[in-house]
Design a protein around this ligand. Structure first.
Ligand SMILES: [Zn+2]
Length: 427
């Protein structure tokens, strides 16, 4: 289990404790629940003298899911793990739909207006809203976790592969193969360069082998420009044949592969605007930030024999990674939901106004997205329900429980356990 966050009476984060210890404190009324997700308790008596260890926050940013782990560097223990699901694609779709609805409206009855075009500017470092939301998601969780745990350093995966290791044009024979760090960086680089597919037959999602375009036995070099990826089948078929003989029947493919191989190791493939933006945000926290590469993450994870999940990848980011203790950790699944919409008038599928909305979000002290507990004592739905609530102005709420949706629960039976914060949670 993940540990439980502890706050001192003055809300200073203390060392996270075992859940059994937290249960004892709660039962003896020495602490109170401060927050449900992530679970944090606050002490009722100050422990200003208790020593606090330092914890490292590790992040593996992804397009769909970002892995987050809190690691105690001195013991190697993973204290907390989470997987943060972004809503980038939902934002993109919503903006596309809005743009299409507005387009025709702009062109209607506007012939008297002076034409305007190319009159938009974007500030330097602008990222599209869908990408920026990922940065904001991570930022808000970094700030949140800093409130609950004594975080003193941050590690983040910045690039997929380390260009420094690529600079050396002649990688030693063994090094690009299995096991070494340079090998992992090279493989990540080749995967990116050759679009994660076999150069010869184009097959995807199979284990790839590093392949010499001009075979070693015929004087081909170990240079990165002479390497490509192929599936096992093609690798065996090609054997020690020269590429010109192997692809005699397919000259266009031959030209394509040779041209692709010559392309220099460009930083562009590794540079990712969102990750750099995130790095700037993390640096602005004032904590020391360590950057790692994807190759190094994979190297650390494989060496320790850990399975691939987003939070384990996060825990393996960077040079500082100790031998990890990931025993019985269950990651908190965090899904970004956004905060609803502000439009006052909905549109139908043709863009015409359909129905007026109210901007009132809070009904009887609850709002859609709160996690509540309802204890129904009378009627058809007697029982106890816990889940995310959907509020109506009538006071008849729906609750999304683990087993399904329960409709028509009166607000009178409800009490909030976690107020809406733009995210939903699972384990
Ligand atoms: Zn193949």
């Amino acid at each position: 289990m993940c540990k439980v966050f502890v706050l001192d009476t003055d809300k200073r984060p203390l060392d996270p404790i075992h859940s059994a210890q937290a249960r004892l404190l709660l039962r003896n009324k020495k602490a109170a629940v401060y927050r449900r997700f992530p679970f944090a308790i606050i002490l009722k008596e100050s422990r200003s003298d208790s020593p606090v260890s330092s914890i490292r926050l590790k992040i593996d940013p992804g397009a769909k899911i970002t892995g987050i782990a809190l690691v105690n560097d001195s013991t190697g223990e993973v204290v907390f793990a989470a997987e943060l699901k972004h809503r980038g694609f939902a934002i993109r779709d919503a903006l596309t739909s809005r743009r299409q609805l507005r387009r025709s409206r702009r062109n209607r009855k506007t012939r008297y207006r002076k034409p305007r075009f190319l009159n938009r500017t974007k500030p330097e470092g602008w990222l599209s809203p869908s990408l920026m939301s990922r940065v904001h998601n991570v930022e808000s969780w970094v700030n949140r976790l800093r409130k609950f745990a004594p975080i003193t350093a941050i590690s983040v995966e910045l690039v997929k592969f380390d260009m420094q290791l690529m600079r050396n044009p002649e990688i030693e024979g063994k090094e690009y193969q299995q096991g070494t760090l340079a090998g992992y960086e090279t493989r990540e680089y080749l995967l990116e360069k050759w679009n994660r597919q076999c150069a010869y037959c184009g097959v995807k999602d199979v284990p790839f082998q590093v392949e010499h375009i001009h075979p070693r036995s015929k004087g081909g070099s170990n240079s990165i420009t002479n390497l490509t990826l192929s599936c096992e089948k093609c690798n065996v078929k090609k054997g020690t044949k020269d590429i010109k003989d192997f692809l005699k029947k397919d000259p266009t493919k031959l030209q394509k592969i040779l041209a692709q191989a010559k392309k220099p190791a460009s930083d562009a493939a590794a540079v990712n605007a969102t990750r750099y933006k995130l790095l700037g945000v993390l640096k602005s926290t004032g904590l020391p930030v360590e950057c790692g590469s994807g190759g190094l993450t994979k190297f650390n994870r494989t060496n320790q024999g850990l399975p691939k999940t987003h939070w384990i990848d996060a825990a393996c980011v960077g040079q500082s990674t100790p031998t990890l203790n990931t025993k019985s950790i269950k990651a908190l699944l965090i899904t970004a939901n956004g905060h609803g919409i502000r439009e006052m008038c909905g549109t139908d599928k043709f863009g015409f106004p359909s129905r007026h909305r109210t901007n009132k979000q809070i009904h009887f002290g609850f709002q859609t997205g709160d996690i509540i507990k309802a204890v129904v004592t009378s009627g058809k739905k007697v029982g106890e329900y816990v889940g995310r609530v959907l509020c109506r102005a009538t006071g008849s709420f729906d609750i999304a429980t683990k087993t399904g949706r329960i409709a028509g629960i009166s607000y009178k039976y409800c009490s909030a356990i976690h107020k809406k914060d733009g995210y939903s949670y699972g384990v």
